[in-house]
Design a protein around this ligand. Sequence first.
Ligand code: 5GP
Ligand code: MN
Length: 338
Amino acid sequence: MNLEHINALKTLLSLPKKIAIIPHKNPDGDAIGSTLALWHYLKGKGHNAMVVAPNDFPKFLKWMPGAESILNFEKENTQAMDRISSAEVIFTLDFNHLGRVGQMTASLEAAEATFVMVDHHQEPSDYAQIMYSDVRMSSTCEMVYHLLTYLNAEDEVTSEIANCIYTGILTDTGSFKFKSTTSTTHRIVAKLIDKGADNTAIHSRIYDTNSPSRLHLLGCALKNMVILSEYNTTYITLSQEELDQYNFSKGDTEGFVNYGLTLEHIRFAVIFIENREEGILKISFRSVGDFDVNHFARKFFEGGGHTNAAGGKSDASMAETTRYFESLLPQFKKALTL
Ligand code: 5GP
Ligand code: MN
């Protein structure tokens, strides 16, 4: 974050403000962890802050300190709209353009607040007056830690803040596995443990909360897996009917796409998940090495993200979408098999 923006932020926060903190739609561990960590900090400094999420978030994140006070734009619409329109400052965390908040986009576009972006996705748009965007960062949570350092607030990291930040780093790095995990990430994680992050408990609250039906859904997903050895590519499909059969609840398919990458030689793994209510297929793309799924998702599936993890969507049927997907692979054969 450059000095000019750090100073602008310090000035902005020098007096108590009315603040809204916004994660992206279908918030994950990094989005909820970063917004709650910032919320705890701002509240502690005497600001009137509130996290407003576009929609609900998975059960395995509900234990997080402060999670119960998050406003849900879908369910608590009047209160959420009021907070956004009356906020003096709006922080947007873990996303790079306003379209990523779904039905909340228009309210944010109409808001008169000063916008502050903290994000690690590629190609950020320029709606924010104060920007901290760095695609090399493991997670927005790691950035929130840096941000607190820039505000000279490292000593104000409470155990609540530490637990929130730890969670987002854990989930966005695939448990410290992805390439974006640096020695700095590990140094921050060490400090977080010293400040009260309960690493073992967090890991088990995130990853050891399977219901039998979720494991059965995973079984169904793995059975549906298609392996295209010629392109070192694999994909999974899950229809709405299959989701219904296994009592799908939000967050149940989190991480399924990564199973594809555990196959030897596979470089590109994809999951297509039907959402009948929205009339779309939600798609997750993952890669290892240089194959750029951000570019792929952006170009062919109205999405984006990072080099090795991105998302997108399709309005066509499952059969049409997977046929289209397969038809794209020959042009990437070299990149996928070199
Ligand atoms: P996931 O596949 O876990 O939903 O998302 C992987 C990464 O891509 C995340 O960093 C997420 O924020 C980003 N992402 C997911 N869906 C979209 C999308 O539709 N558009 C953009 N720009 N990014 C996305
Ligand atoms: Mn993130």
